[in-house]
Design a protein. Structure first.
Ligand SMILES: Nc1ncnc2c1ncn2[C@@H]1O[C@H](COP(=O)(O)OP(=O)(O)O)[C@@H](O)[C@H]1O
Ligand SMILES: [Mg+2]
Length: 366
């Protein structure tokens, strides 16, 4: 958790001012409006925010996955990696050619999606699907290839491996399929693994096991993980760093401790307040953030969260807030942190809740 104190952190992804729009029949959707994101080797970075806030579109840029109606308005996504010859390379993933991206994909960057069924081919055995990437990138064949397949299923906690390798996706449970997808993603030892809501389609007990698995793999392989979820409770268990996203922007970023124990953006306050907590099962009604996210077809003036923000200042409706540093690993884009702003504290109920959480073993969100 105190990875930020280490001077040896090695940045592998640096996204700056990434802006993505979509042309639609109704006009231009400004889906991602200037995202900055850093990922360091071996660390887990979470992106959390309501559905539609731009999480998937942001990480798809890293994988070169683009829709036909997508417009890259600007920005860069530097990826730093070591190539096959052992040379350090820096590429901008946003402007990379399809050919170059194909070489990086699977080999250096891999992605796990929400629904394992869409990532697996129903007509191919698990072994063939695992073998495909390994053959393409690592040129293994025969016995060595088979052994690597066995090793990968072991890594993701699948038992009875020989039988499983001969199975087809429909013969496996949802949780098992997601393990296979993770095994495929890890097959070429990527430096960066992107998990886009990897547990959302699974039932709650399986979700917990898949999360535990991702953590375990990370401890073993030191792969960096970008973990996307709309569920803050999941984040508390997995992330070193948390990025809170709202209406196409990251509005607060910090370590898990910063975000859970010292949140500064009113949107983060709302998210935390609206989470069921193991310590507050007696609370009759959970807080909900009133209103809806803005329509991204419209131009946003000021702070996008202002209309839903009970603490909004006049300036929030007029001028977009810059990022204010809280400390050297925590910032938030809210005018409340400006020196001239009136002193506004987080809601009392949330303050009490955080105080309770600090004293408890588990961070306590579910
Ligand atoms: N191909 C597309 N055409 C038009 N709008 C899109 C397209 N892809 C995504 N969007 C819009 O971009 C916004 C962000 O989407 P997304 O990144 O999928 O959100 P999240 O992953 O946070 O739920 C949404 O408003 C979504 O409707
Ligand atoms: Mg998404």
């Amino acid at each position: 958790m105190d990875a930020h104190n280490s001077s040896t952190r090695e940045r592998i992804l640096k996204m700056r001012d990434v802006r993505i729009s979509f042309n639609t029949a109704n006009g231009v959707v400004h889906a991602v409006r200037g995202v900055n994101l850093d990922v360091y080797r071996g660390e887990t970075v979470a992106i959390v925010g309501e559905s539609g806030s731009g999480k998937s579109v942001t990480v798809k840029q890293v994988m070169g996955i683009r829709s036909h109606n997508e417009v890259i308005e600007g920005g860069s996504a530097e990826f730093i990696y070591t190539d096959e010859k052992g040379e350090r390379r820096i590429v901008d993933l946003i402007s990379l050619s399809d050919g170059e991206m194909t070489k990086l994909k699977g080999n250096h960057i891999a992605m796990v999606f929400q629904d394992p069924l869409t990532s697996l081919d129903p007509t191919m055995t698990i072994e063939r699907q695992l073998a495909e990437g390994i053959t393409y990138h690592q040129h293994l064949v025969g016995k060595a290839l088979h052994e690597r397949c066995v090793e990968l299923l072991d890594l993701v906690g699948i038992t009875d491996v020989e039988a499983r390798l001969k199975s087809y996706p429909h013969q496996l449970s949802g949780g098992m399929r997601q393990r296979v997808v993770i095994a495929i993603a890890l097959s070429c030892n990527p430096e960066l693994l992107i998990c886009d809501e990897p547990t959302t389609a699974l039932d709650v007990t399986i979700q917990a096991r898949i999360l535990e698995l991702i953590l375990e793999i990370q401890r073993k392989t030191h792969v960096a993980v970008i973990f996307i979820t709309h569920n803050l409770g999941v984040v508390a268990k997995v992330a070193d760093y948390v990025n809170v996203m709202y209406a196409g922007k990251i509005v607060e970023a910090g370590t898990s401790e910063d975000i859970f124990f010292d949140p500064r953006h009113p949107y983060t306050w709302g998210l935390l307040s609206s989470m069921p907590s193991v310590l507050s099962k007696t609370e009759a009604r959970l807080y909900t953030i009133k209103g809806n996210p803005p329509n991204m077809l419209n131009e946003i003036v000021g702070d996008a969260f202002a209309p839903r923000n009970p603490f909004a200042l006049e300036i929030d409706f007029e001028k977009e807030p810059p990022c204010f540093d809280v400390n050297n690993h925590h910032w938030a884009a809210t005018w409340l942190l400006d020196g001239r702003a009136p002193k506004i504290e987080m809601p009392e109920q949330l303050r009490v809740r955080i105080a309770q959480l600090k004293g408890s073993e588990d961070i306590g969100y579910e």
